[in-house]
Design a protein around this ligand. Structure first.
Ligand code: COA
Ligand code: ZN
Length: 327
């Protein structure tokens, strides 16, 4: 397929936030920046770089301001998670032009995660959207437990539809449906995503899946089939929410990118670079399990490198001819 004609899908790597927030090993801002640099090198252009939350609640996300200060300017679209207005103000002071605010499709989850009821959090989000419009900052709204909640069970689609409609109308840049604990199944995802794409269009809709029950990639596929063109994923299948029992890693960026490219979409991301970033995630945390595509991809990278070196030794003057791994 001609690369110029392929439809684009945006993959946001949330590894530096969702991936690192519950790791036993707490990384320094320099190590977090090294992971971000590896992702940038692989061609990732959308990154959730950290969160502005209480360092007592989530020690791994302390010093996100130092991470933001070290980001290569204009290299990518950077956002950070915020749980409240204080987080918004800290992100703005750090110089970010995008924040990701979390609202809840279950009151119980809201109480556990941020100690406030869900409607209070919606009111804070409305206030934030107004302030952000004046500040020239975009607000992405993530709907936590959009498919199922560890405390309240299955989520009613009508609840998510109401929240999505409300915050798009109030100027949110995107609405992301988050399967916080990996409770979603592909039929449920396809039905809800179809309803939302039909009611709101696909441009501002995203999905965020966790791979708790090996359904993560199937859920991505179900959402793609419904028309969704924005996905969150975490390098190396890092991830999990410290406040949601049972939550496992996010879908691995390397698995999601491979799936999307195999389906004929253009992610703009280089698989070989992604593998290196996954290896770095593993080395830094000592815990990243890695995407399931990793072993196969590594073999392909090795084979491509071998072919390239054979070609180079035959034609020493034609350096670097087509040795980029087919995505
Ligand atoms: N960033 C940094 N510090 C913050 C903060 C923020 N966004 N919001 C509040 N704080 C600080 C307050 O200044 C206060 O500090 P102090 O104890 O030194 O005075 C302390 O946190 C408590 O503030 P309070 O308003 O009473 O909040 P709380 O104790 O009810 O905690 C949250 C609420 C939201 C701050 C806290 O639960 C939190 O950060 N949770 C993290 C949620 C998260 O990241 N979940 C995973 C991703 S969805
Ligand atoms: Zn998540």
């Amino acid at each position: 397929m001609n690369a110029a004609k392929r439809e684009q899908i945006v993959v946001t790597d949330v590894g530096p936030r969702d991936g690192l927030q519950s790791q036993e090993k707490i990384l320094t801002p320099e190590q977090r920046l090294a992971l971000i640099d590896a992702l940038l090198l692989a061609g990732v252009r959308h990154l959730e770089v950290g969160s502005f939350v209480s360092p007592k609640a989530v020690p791994a996300m302390a010093n996100t301001d130092a991470v933001v200060a070290g980001l290569p300017p204009q290299a990518a679209h950077y956002t950070a998670l915020v749980p409240n207005f204080k987080g918004y103000e800290l992100a703005r002071a750090a110089g970010l032009r995008s924040v990701t605010m979390v609202v809840y499709a279950s009151d119980a989850m809201s109480q556990v995660n941020v100690g406030k009821d869900w409607l209070t959090i919606e009111a804070v989000t409305e206030e934030m959207l107004q302030q952000a419009a004046g500040d020239g900052i975009e607000v992405i709204v993530t709907v936590a437990v959009a498919f199922g909640c560890p405390f309240a069970g299955n989520t009613e689609p009508a609840v998510v539809e109401r929240i999505v409609e409300k915050f798009l109308a109030r100027g949110a840049a995107q609405l992301v449906l988050a399967d916080t604990i990996g409770a979603a199944n592909p039929a449920q995802v396809n039905t809800l995503a179809r309803a939302l794409v039909s009611a709101q269009g696909a441009a501002q809709l995203g999905c965020h899946f966790h791979d708790t029950r090996a359904l993560g990639l199937a859920n991505v596929y179900a959402a793609v089939e419904a028309g969704v063109r924005r996905f969150d994923a975490a390098i190396g299948r890092l991830g999990g929410c410290p406040f949601a029992p049972g939550a496992a890693g996010n879908v691995a960026t390397e698995d999601v990118v491979m799936l999307l490219e195999q389906l004929g979409f253009d992610t703009g991301i280089d698989m070989a670079g992604l593998l290196q970033a996954a290896q770095l995630a593993n080395t830094l945390t000592g815990a990243a399990p890695g995407g399931r595509a990793s072993a196969w991809l590594q073999k392909s990278v090795d084979k491509t490198a071998q072919t390239a070196s054979q070609r180079q030794s035959q034609q020493p003057l034609q350096k670097d001819a087509g040795d980029r791994m087919p995505a």
